[in-house]
Design a protein around this ligand. Sequence first.
Ligand code: ATR
Length: 284
Amino acid sequence: MITGKTKLTGVIGHPIKHSFSPPMHNTAYEKMNMDYVYVPFHILPENIDNLITSAKTMNIQGLNVTIPYKTTIIPQLDEIDEIAQKIGAINTVQFKNGKAKGYNTDGIGAIKSLKKYTKLEDKNILILGAGGASKAITFTLTYENPQSITIANRTQQNADTLIENIKKQTPYTNISYIPIQNTDEIIDNIDIIINTTPIGMTPNTDECPINTDKINQKHTVMDIIYNPLETKLLKKAKQQKAQTIPGTHMLINQGIEAFKIFTNQTPKYEYFEKPLLKILTQKQ
Ligand code: ATR
């Protein structure tokens, strides 16, 4: 029951009604008997300017931030976490002692998902795509000391910009570009493949970002797409005995990291997974 003591958290975005975060966070609050609530806030672009001040006025404890505000909200923050600063985008704001601090849990969510299945140190990693999600994952990955990172992309300029940023802002140098249609040339030397492009997402479930012929049992393949639950890329990779990690893992783990930032408590993975899978299986 919501009482006078209930603490307020939520997510801001435009649009917001498709967000999976409210059922995940609220289920965890309920299971853990925590007097918190997580609310979706639909914020129109013309109303974003004073959002952080308004949230402080309302005594909000934490906010997730989704499209289109992950970058535009940054000037309103009092502080920003080091890695979020490098990524140049945030998805979580913690309100503490009158200060708003921004974090990016997308990269950590992806890394935690990978680490459940494979180590990252000394591995050769192929990242498909060079957009916002790729940026968060690539920056966070550099802290794990992989042997190499290769960015495969359709537009070379976008990959080059990401690579330049990594080299400028981190000590990591073993990062390079390959056209996305040429990944076959290097796949034998790759250990981990991460798809951050929307290729294969519903309704285009017949599409696959790369040629999968050379994927085998030595590969770990993660997709960040969670709709469908298993993309064509993952289906093929699984058939060829690769270890596969569906996009729900990153979605759940980035939420868990945000929950920890908001409340200082760690929810069980299943508290986030159950409501999410329920919604996603209903959709299919
Ligand atoms: P994000 O939410 O991560 O920012 P995005 O900007 O929609 O996602 O796209 C991420 C990546 O998917 C980009 O690298 C984009 O390639 P370009 O840099 O060439 O634009 C890639 N991408 C999107 N649609 C694609 C398609 N149909 N074919 C190949 N790449 C595609």
